[in-house]
Design a protein around this ligand. Structure first.
Ligand code: FAD
Length: 309
């Protein structure tokens, strides 16, 4: 087993880290306060090869390997999770054409904003990811030509599951980034703030909070890399991706909670970033399949019994 990153992976990680520190992190608090999506940041990421991830070049991506994709997503998530969601001119939707066939009656379609007149309603007042432009899609009498069908008729559920294997992986990598940001902020604060004549990092109970964060973040990162390694080898990875997504999203939430605790009263104010990390981490336990759904997938692999439906 080789845990060393290749020179190419180290180099894209450094590129993403430098970009995240210089271009993404500085405006994160103001964007969160104003619920503004950083389109300018996204525009700068594209020419550097920090967008498009593992999508092959012939489809407009940059064909990154999955471990590199996780490294980039982690660095972006460390600076501001909201940047990991992005604006789109395409929508992947699923239509149930034959309810009697249940999952086998579902077909997938790609909607193009320029060609199909579907609406969208921006969501405001979110707990976290406030600067990400999440929208509700409104499909009212939208006609979609057969040319926009993705996969065979009735294969929509399979398409959705494949998309989830990919989406869950990105969520997991972004969550590792949030957890790492919590460690960085906590170490910085705990080595500076003094009580009872010494930095709070010198109090054993504070150090325990930090040690717990370090262990869980490293474990989450390794789970993400294992899932990425399987993807890069073209091997089945639904189970491993679910484990990574479940663990990383829960670990990020615990890390953010510890980080607030370490910051004391300041942790409750947006003068420091850790309350935003806590709010942003929350959604990772919901989307791309809730924590409960991940547990049911992992449990199904362990027992052979499907307890979801
Ligand atoms: C900011 C944001 C962005 C999003 N972006 C997208 C997007 O781009 N595309 C998209 O398709 N969706 C998106 N979603 C939707 C998201 O994926 C769903 O909200 C999430 O999967 C949960 O589904 P639900 O809201 O219908 O909850 P429900 O399915 O109603 O679940 C409610 C509760 O019941 C539990 N539950 C449900 N079924 C079971 C079961 N069988 N066994 C045990 N427990 C169960 C769940 O775990 C949860 O705790 C987004 C959501 C948010 C908040």
């Amino acid at each position: 087993m080789d845990f060393d990153l290749t020179p190419e992976q180290q180099s894209i990680r450094k590129l993403a880290k430098d970009f995240a520190d210089k271009e993404i992190a500085p405006g994160a608090r103001e964007r969160d306060r104003g619920e503004t999506f950083p389109k300018d940041v996204l525009r700068k990421m594209a020419p550097l090869g920090l967008l498009g991830g593992p999508v092959p070049e012939k489809y407009g991506g940059i064909g990154l390997d999955y471990v590199s994709h996780a490294l980039v997503t982690e660095e972006v998530g460390r600076a501001d999770s909201s940047v990991n969601g992005s604006v789109s001119k395409l929508a992947l939707v699923f239509a149930q054409g034959d309810p009697a066939k249940e999952a086998k009656g579902i077909t997938a379609f790609v909607l193009e904003r320029d060609r199909q007149s579907y609406g969208s309603q921006a969501l405001h007042g979110k707990l976290g990811l406030r600067s990400s432009d999440s929208s509700e899609l409104i499909l009212d009498d939208v006609r979609v030509p057969d040319a926009n069908r993705l996969g065979e008729i009735g294969d929509g559920f399979k398409v959705a599951m494949t998309a989830l294997d990919s989406g869950r992986y990105s969520v997991a990598a972004g969550a590792v980034g949030v957890a790492q940001a919590c460690i960085d902020a906590s170490v910085q604060y705990a080595t500076t703030r003094k009580t009872f004549g010494k930095p709070i990092a010198g109090h054993q109970l504070v150090q325990e909070l930090i040690a717990d964060m370090v262990v869980e973040t490293e474990a989450a990162r390794l789970l993400v890399w294992r899932a990425g390694d399987l993807k890069d080898k073209g091997r089945p990875n639904t189970r491993e991706t679910s484990i990574a997504k479940l663990y990383a999203s829960e670990a990020a939430q615990r890390a953010a909670d510890n980080a607030i605790q370490i910051h004391g009263g300041y942790g409750f104010s947006d003068e420091f970033p850790v309350e935003r990390y806590w709010r942003d981490a929350r959604v990772n336990r919901l989307y791309e399949g809730t924590t409960q759904i991940q547990k049911l997938i992992i449990g199904r692999f362990a027992t052979g019994i499907d307890a979801i439906a």
